[in-house]
Design a protein around this ligand. Structure first.
Ligand code: NA7
Length: 536
């Protein structure tokens, strides 16, 4: 690594050009700061640049899955359907970048390999893969919660002579599955979206399932022109609605316990939610993630749907999950279970028949050697902390963030924005913010606004350093843990708890009390002159 500094003296260095990086660069520029963005991809888009796999779609409704800070941008963009495809969202992000003239502030194909806080000069030195070092006063991680793909350490992957892909790092050129024998490993949101689409094209599709999933219909449909017109005229009330709802978007959440209604009433409610699709189902009752008994009512309903959809009884049983419904990320599908009725589709339960090795020709399990032309890893991400650790960030004492948080087992932040010993380093939708439990663009706007206000407040006071006090960090972390411990999330293995990554002990670095409470707390912190932060 060359120690030569090629560029210096940006006020702010932003890593990432997805929703959060774009909005951050915009806000910092408008606030009069010098700002430079860096992005490892060749263009803007963030997770929507990389997630090009067949069937990739958003689970938040389009009219809420966008920026709402600008009347102009909100009116100019027209969504085609209730759940937008990856292609459409990527187009939207390009549109925003062009409207706000943001691309000129980014350097693309630049990946951070390490970052060090220089205590003496009170600045960040950020090193890139092409041996360039950039310095800046403030270092902002706009790296998203799901950007470090998890390819499981299955041996023999280099031996496989066919092609393999990860859903989170999909090639730009279309992948042709026609007349191919294909394997998909993993049945999370990505696998469940990709499987029906690949099954239509492939000669054969074998799905390697570790944990069966609860999938509820997305019920996607094309928006009517009149509806879109009325939405565009009403941005401010839509924004207000988004900012005042728990998930950052309206979901018809019912403030009723599942146990306060009879079995017959619940059947009607669940059937209605099933038909409406999307987040209406997981929010059908307010205690599905708190009460095991309530949760079981939703889980039973979905298992019955699986049994009535999948014709082969053994396959249907293999597809029936047992974990607490929605304690893993809720999944919305378009014909997932029906796909298993196709003659070219088969299911392998890797708990019964673990994958041993990839061979030249395919996948060797403990029972069978399966031959494939193509293997798709839909095996998810090292979520929440992975994208931060990947940057190899070192704080004041020289300790890395990974060491500071004991490899992700003791994640500790203040409001998900900052952590102690890392001055002038801020995370957008970082660990212990509501982050992945809500509609991300809303969370991003609020977090970026908070960080911008914090930095501008410090500068007005003539402060060169902003850092968070340890007591604020430990109080916030305890608070997050206390609330999470009431829920079924912490009793379920998932990428939320980090246990999808081999050898990681369970943790739950998300604030679960909902967005309005979180925002209220942040607003209070601002009112109290950024209580918890020290500006020196
Ligand atoms: P997920 O939801 O983490 O799903 C990954 C899937 O891959 C899941 O079924 C895993 O099983 C499975 N997996 C992971 N490792 C292995 C190995 N070694 N062998 C077999 N199967 C494995 O990731 P997605 O990309 O689908 O979704 C991520 C988010 O993107 C999603 O929640 C949305 O927010 C958008 P497991 O359940 O861990 O047993």
């Amino acid at each position: 690594m060359s120690e030569q500094t090629h560029q210096t003296d940006y006020d702010v260095l932003v890593v990432g050009a997805g929703f959060s990086g774009l909005y951050a660069v915009y806000r910092f520029r408008e606030a009069g700061l010098t700002v430079q963005g860096f992005e490892r991809a060749e263009d803007v888009g963030g997770v929507w640049h990389w997630n090009r796999y067949p069937g990739a779609k958003c689970d938040s409704e389009s009219i809420y899955y966008n920026f709402t800070f600008s009347e102009d941008i909100y009116r100019k963009w027209t969504w085609s359907s209730r759940f937008a495809s990856q292609k459409e969202i990527l187009c939207y992000l390009h549109f925003v970048a062009e409207e706000l003239d943001l691309k000129k502030h980014f350097q693309f194909q630049r990946e951070v390999v390490s970052a060090f806080y220089d205590d003496e000069n009170e600045l960040w030195k950020v090193h890139f893969s092409d041996d360039v070092t950039v310095t800046a006063k403030y270092f902002i991680a706009a790296t998203g919660c799901l950007s470090k793909a998890n390819v499981p350490p299955i041996s023999g992957i280099d031996q496989f002579e066919g092609e393999w892909y990860h859903t989170g790092d999909w090639p730009v050129d279309e992948v042709d599955f026609k007349d191919q024998d294909v394997a998909v490993i993993g049945t999370g949101s990505s696998g469940v979206q990709a499987i029906p689409v690949i099954a239509k094209e492939a000669k054969s599709l074998t799905v390697f399932q570790r944990t069966p999933q609860y999938a509820v219909p997305a019920n996607n449909y094309v928006y009517e022109h009149d509806y879109i017109d009325s939405v565009k005229k009403d941005r401010s009330s839509i924004r207000e609605l988004m900012y005042s709802t728990r998930l950052g978007m309206p979901t018809d959440r019912r403030e009723v316990s599942a146990l306060d209604e009879t079995k017959e009433q619940r059947e009607i409610i669940y059937e209605h939610a099933w038909n409406k699709g999307g987040f209406v189902f997981p929010t059908a009752y307010n205690d599905l993630l708190i009460s095991e008994e309530s949760n079981a009512t939703a889980a039973n309903f979905i298992r019955n749907k699986i049994r009535s959809t999948v014709q082969n009884e053994d396959v249907a049983e293999q597809l029936c999950p047992e974990y607490y419904y929605a304690a893993k990320r809720p999944i919305f599908d378009s014909g997932y279970y029906e796909t298993f009725n196709q003659p070219n589709v088969s299911l392998v339960d890797v708990k019964q028949e673990p994958i041993e090795v990839l061979t030249k020709t395919g996948i060797q399990t403990t029972k069978t050697l399966y031959d494939f032309d193509k293997i798709v890893f839909a095996t998810g991400y090292d979520g929440i902390t992975g994208s931060l650790f990947k940057m190899n960030i070192h704080g004041r004492s020289g300790q890395s963030l990974q060491e500071h948080w004991q490899n992700g087992e003791t994640v500790q932040t203040y409001l998900g924005v900052a952590t102690d010993d890392f001055p002038n380093f801020f995370m957008i939708t970082g660990p212990q913010s509501p982050s992945v439990l809500m509609n991300m663009p809303v969370a991003i706007e609020q977090h970026v606004d908070f960080i911008t206000d914090l930095i501008m407040n410090a500068r007005e006071k003539g402060s060169t350093n902003v850092e968070v006090v340890q007591a604020a960090v430990s109080n916030w972390s305890n608070e997050c843990k206390t609330i999470a411990d009431y829920t079924l999330y912490v009793k379920t293995d998932s990428w939320y708890t980090g246990t999808n990554i081999e050898n990681r002990t369970s943790r739950f670095p998300i604030f679960v009390a909902g967005f309005p409470i979180f925002k209220q707390i942040c607003d209070q912190v601002i009112q109290n002159d950024f209580e918890g932060f020290v500006m020196s």
